[in-house]
Write a protein that binds this ligand. Structure first.
Ligand code: PLP
Length: 389
């Protein structure tokens, strides 16, 4: 048989997947590994989906998505951030942020264009840039600034081939958020070098301290930003596969063209549920966020108490402690912790080189599970200390 695509062969398989294949075969594992809410989609949202099925809404929708949903998205963005997008041509409903990301990259990249990817970051970013024919250029951040990237570091990576900056705050895997002054400095770099910015704001509603800054709302930036957001995290809707992109109509038209030929539209029942989420989902969402906030404080205190230094994440649902004092690499630490104590965390280098020396602990699990995981981690650390003595 002829060989499969060279491009695809060259992209490494996700480090996380290998790990979770092992986890799924083991019994008794407490997983702080998966970046997925442990809540079920709130009932009123599920009910809206069921209602749509019962009423026989089983057809394709407009390629852009249901107009009623685009209107609800547009109203939401206006109310939350004061940024106004026409629901007719500036909003596209996608199959999760995952599809939005792929469309955004394919819509703007010419072969060889460079995309600055702020790390540590979601595992899909660099592969998606490569699949779209671009070259990912990593710009790191570190714990000395609580994983807030600097505009200076971004600017130092700009070349004549740079097309866009891709970033996501609140961050997966660090939980870092980017305060407004930092955002203003970064958009200045984008403006100066005439770059697009792809801002994945999927964790925006999971901001526990301070206000989320929406890049598109910064003065004069709306047309330059491709804003991606979705329903997976804030509304516990990962399985419904629904997201959206908002940008200037030219970019949205280009993204729509790809979407039209590859996906047609997002699933209609999920779109119906998303309308309900935006119209009436605020209170249940706030309850989930309050619970994540409790867990955040609990896990960060617990990690620091057992000797794994951890800065206080201000968003998303991840803690990103340093494991350097264990003397192990992130990969060794995660692997031994899994096999010896049955606790799954994700090695920090899965999210980029600068994540080495850390592990990602998702706190989308019950306090009881987090407590037991911390207890096992402490036992593991004591054992490592004895080994070294
Ligand atoms: N973006 C980030 C930063 C994520 O962490 C994830 C999922 O973990 C996604 C996008 C994928 O989101 P969706 O379920 O909307 O495709």
């Amino acid at each position: 048989m002829k060989a499969i695509s060279k491009l695809v062969q060259e992209v490494p398989a996700s480090g996380i997947r290998k790990f979770f294949d092992v986890v799924s075969q083991m019994e008794g594992v407490i997983s702080l590994g998966v970046g997925e809410p442990d809540f079920v989609t709130p009932w009123h949202i599920r009910e809206a989906c069921i209602w749509s099925v019962e009423k026989g809404y089983t057809n394709y929708t407009s390629n852009y998505g249901l107009l009623q949903l685009r209107e609800a998205i547009s109203e939401y963005l206006e109310a939350a951030y004061g940024v106004s997008y026409s629901p007719r041509d500036a909003v596209l409903v996608t199959v999760g942020v995952s599809e939005g990301l792929d469309l955004a990259l394919r819509a703007i990249i010419n072969p060889g264009d460079e995309i600055i990817v702020v790390e540590p970051c979601y595992v899909s970013y660099k592969p998606c840039v490569s699949f779209a024919g671009g070259t990912p250029v990593a710009v790191g951040s570190d714990v000395s600034r609580d994983f807030r990237v600097t505009a200076r570091d971004i600017e130092a990576a700009v070349t004549p081939r740079t097309k866009a900056i891709l970033l996501s705050y609140p961050s997966n895997p660090t939980g870092a958020v980017l305060p407004c002054p930092d955002c203003l400095e970064i958009v200045e770099v984008a403006r100066k070098h005439d770059l697009y910015m792809i801002s994945d704001e999927i964790y925006a509603n999971l901001t526990y301290e301070g206000e989320h800054t929406c890049f598109a709302a910064l003065p004069g930036m709306k047309d330059r930003i491709i804003l991606l957001n979705g329903f997976s995290k804030a509304y516990a809707m990962t399985g419904w596969r629904l997201g959206y992109a908002a940008s200037n109509p030219q970019v949205i038209e280009a993204m729509m063209k790809i979407h039209q030929y590859t996906m047609l539209c997002a699933p209609i029942a999920a779109q119906m549920g998303a309308i309900e989420a935006l119209k009436n989902g605020d209170a249940p969402m706030r309850e989930m966020v309050a619970e994540y906030d409790n867990r955040r404080r609990f896990i960060v205190k617990g990690l620091n108490d057992i000797g794994l230094e951890c800065f206080m994440p201000k968003g998303a649902f991840y803690a990103f402690p340093s494991i350097r004092r264990s003397g192990l690499s992130s990969e060794e630490f995660s692997s031994r912790l899994l096999f010896e104590e049955k606790v799954a965390v994700v090695p920090g280098d899965a999210f980029g080189e600068c994540g080495e020396g850390h592990v990602r602990c998702a706190y989308a699990s019950s306090i009881a599970d987090i407590e037991e995981a911390l207890h096992r981690m402490e036992r593991f650390l004591r054992r490592l200390e004895k080994e070294r003595a």
